[in-house]
Design a protein around this ligand. Structure first.
Ligand code: HEM
Length: 472
C-alpha cells in the first residue's frame, strides 16, 4: 500500500492513493448512504491519511491527518466552506439559517446567534426542560408497568422535539404525551429530503419531481406559514411586554431581540430559516447521542453501576436533576458522554470545499477542491487513546487541558463554526440520563436484529430497543 502522510516530501495530490473506480461513475457505487461514514473510514485505514476518490466527475480528497484536519477547521470560514451541495440544497428549500449559509451572510447570522444562545439564555430554560424530562419519566414508568418494549430512538426524538420546539418557539408540542405536532409533521418530510438531495449526484427534482418532492414542497409551505405567523405574534408580544427584549424566553424572542440591537438584524426569512435550522440541527443529534449512551451503558454494566452511584450521591432522594448546580458535580456522566461521543459520534464526518487555492499536508490544492473528513479515524488513534476501540469512560476522568485526548476533533465541531447548541444539548443529556439510571433498571430488548450504525445525515443506532423495570 502506498500511503501518504503530511511529512512525505513534495507531494502531488494527483498521485494520492485511493480506491479504484469505474469510468463515469468513479466510486459512487461504493457510497451507500446509510453506511457512507464507514466507507470513508475503511478507505482511510486502507489508503492512509490522504486519499482520493471520485463521485461521478467530482474529485474528492479524504483527509484524516490530525494536523491537516486542525487546519481545515481553523481556516474556516475564510478559506473553506461547507460542501457546496449543502448550501444549495438548504437555500433551494428556503432555509436560510446559520447552518448552511456561508460568507458575509454566515458572519452576520452567527453574531446574532451567539447573542441569542448565550449560556444565560439556556440556563433559565432548565426549569422548563425539567418538566419535559418528568413527562419522559412518566412515559417510561408506564412502559415498565406494562412490560412494553421501548423504541429508544423514537422516544428520545419525542423528547428532543418537545425540548427544541419549546426552546425555539416557546411552543409546547408535547409529542411525548400527545403524539405528532404540527411542526414535526412537516419536518418529517424535510429531514429525509435533505439527506436524499445532498447525496444525489444530479438535481433530478428540478426536472422530474418524485411524489416525495411534491410532498416536501407542501410541507415547506405549511411550515413557513406556521413559523411566519409565530414571528408576527412574537413581535407583537414583545412590543406589549418590552421585558422580553431584555430577557428573552425562547430562541425566537432572542433572535428578534439580538437582531434589533444589531444594525445587521435578521430578515424574517432568515429568522424562519434559523428556527427551522435549530430543529434540524438540534433534534436528532441530541436524541441519537443519548441513544448511543444508553446502548453503551447497557453493554458495560460496571460503567452503568458507577453512574447510578454518582446519581444517588448527587440527587439524593430526588428522582430528577432539579438544581442546576448539581450538574457541575457529575464527572462520571461527563466522562460517559465524552467516551460515547468519541466512539459513536453522531456527526462522524464532515466535508469542506476550498474557496481559494490552499496548502494542506504539504500539497497544493486549487480553489474548488473538495475534502471529506472521517473524524472518527482520529478518535481511534492509539497514541491519544490507548486501547482506543474499548469503551473506557475513565480515560476522561481528571485529565488536564493539555492532555492529547483533549486536542482531538471534538464531537461539536471546531473553529468558528463550532456548534452553538452544545450547552443546551449537554443539559438535555444530563437531564435524561440522570433520570433514567436513577429510576430504572435497563436491559436490551431482543428485536432479532443486531444494533448497527446507520447514517442518515447523522448517525444513529438502528434496531435499538430496551425494556425498563422499576429500580430494585
Ligand atoms: C449532542 C448534540 C449535538 C451535536 C453532537 C452537534 C454537533 C454539531 C456539529 C458537529 C456541528 C458542525 C460544527 C462544525 O462545522 O464545526 C454543529 C453545528 C450546529 N449546531 Fe449542533 N450539535 C448538537 C446539538 C445542537 C443543538 C441542541 C442545537 C440547537 C439548539 C444545535 C445547533 C447547531 C447549529 C445552528 C449549527 C451550525 C453552526 C454554524 O454553522 O455556525 N446543535 N453541531
Amino acid at each position: 500500500m502506498n500511503t501518504v502522510t503530511a511529512d512525505s516530501p513534495s507531494l502531488d495530490p494527483n498521485n494520492l492513493p485511493g480506491p479504484p473506480g469505474l469510468p463515469l461513475l468513479g466510486n459512487a457505487l461504493s457510497l451507500k448512504p446509510s453506511r457512507i461514514h464507514q466507507v470513508f473510514e475503511e478507505w482511510a485505514y486502507e489508503y492512509g491519511p490522504f486519499y482520493q476518490f471520485r463521485v461521478g466527475p467530482r474529485k474528492m480528497i479524504g483527509v484524516s491527518d490530525p494536523a491537516a484536519v486542525a487546519t481545515l477547521f481553523k481556516e474556516r470560514p475564510e478559506k473553506y466552506t461547507r460542501n457546496i451541495p449543502m448550501e444549495e440544497v438548504f437555500l433551494e428549500m428556503g432555509i436560510e439559517g446559520v447552518f448552511p449559509v456561508e460568507g458575509e451572510q454566515w458572519q452576520r447570522q452567527r453574531r446574532v446567534w451567539i447573542k441569542a444562545m448565550n449560556a444565560h439564555r439556556v440556563r433559565p430554560f432548565f426549569g422548563k426542560m425539567k418538566l419535559i424530562t418528568e413527562r419522559l419519566k412518566q412515559r417510561w414508568e408506564q412502559a415498565a408497568a406494562e412490560g412494553k418494549v421501548i423504541h429508544v430512538v423514537d422516544d428520545l426524538m419525542r423528547y428532543t422535539v418537545d425540548v427544541t420546539t419549546l426552546f425555539a418557539y416557546g411552543f409546547d408540542a408535547n409529542t411525548l404525551q400527545q403524539g405528532e405536532d404540527v411542526v414535526q409533521k412537516q419536518l418529517m418530510h424535510v429531514f429525509p429530503a435533505i439527506n436524499r438531495r445532498i447525496n444525489s449526484p444530479f438535481p433530478y427534482w428540478r426536472y422530474l419531481p418524485l411524489p416525495a418532492d411534491v410532498k416536501l414542497k407542501k410541507a415547506l409551505k405549511n411550515l413557513e406559514t406556521f413559523v411566519m405567523a409565530r414571528i408576527e405574534e412574537t413581535r407583537a408580544e414583545m412590543k406589549t411586554n418590552p421585558q422580553l427584549k431584555k430577557e428573552p424566553e425562547n430562541l425566537l424572542q432572542g433572535l428578534i431581540a439580538a437582531g434589533e440591537d444589531d444594525e445587521a438584524g435578521l430578515t424574517d426569512q432568515e429568522i424562519y430559516g434559523n428556527t427551522v435550522g435549530v430543529m434540524l440541527a438540534g433534534e436528532d443529534t441530541t436524541a441519537y447521542t443519548m441513544a448511543w449512551m444508553i446502548y453503551e451503558l447497557i453493554q458495560h454494566p460496571p460503567a452503568l453501576q458507577r453512574l447510578r452511584q454518582e446519581m444517588d450521591q448527587v440527587l439524593g432522594a430526588e428522582p430528577l436533576w432539579s438544581e442546576l448546580e448539581q450538574g457541575e458535580d457529575m464527572p462520571w456522566l461527563d466522562a460517559v458522554t465524552n467516551e460515547t461521543q468519541r466512539l459513536r459520534s453522531v456527526a462522524p464526518m464532515t466535508g469542506m470545499t476550498a474557496k481559494v487555492d490552499v496548502e494542506l499536508g504539504g500539497m497544493h490544492f486549487p480553489a474548488g477542491s473538495n475534502f471529506v473528513v472521517p473524524l472518527r479515524v482520529m478518535a481511534m488513534d492509539e497514541k491519544r487513546y490507548p486501547d482506543a476501540r474499548a469503551f473506557k469512560p475513565e480515560r476522561w476522568i481528571d485529565i488536564d487541558q493539555g492532555h492529547p485526548a483533549q486536542q482531538a476533533p471534538q464531537p461539536f465541531g471546531g473553529g468558528k463554526r463550532t456548534c452553538p447548541g452544545m450547552n443546551l444539548a449537554l443539559q438535555e443529556i444530563k437531564s435524561v440520563l440522570s433520570m433514567l439510571v436513577k429510576n430504572f433498571d435497563l436491559e436490551l430488548a431482543d428485536t432479532g436484529k443486531a444494533v448497527t450504525e446507520k447514517f442518515a445525515f447523522t448517525m444513529f443506532p438502528d434496531n435499538l430497543c430496551m425494556q425498563l423495570h422499576p429500580r430494585n
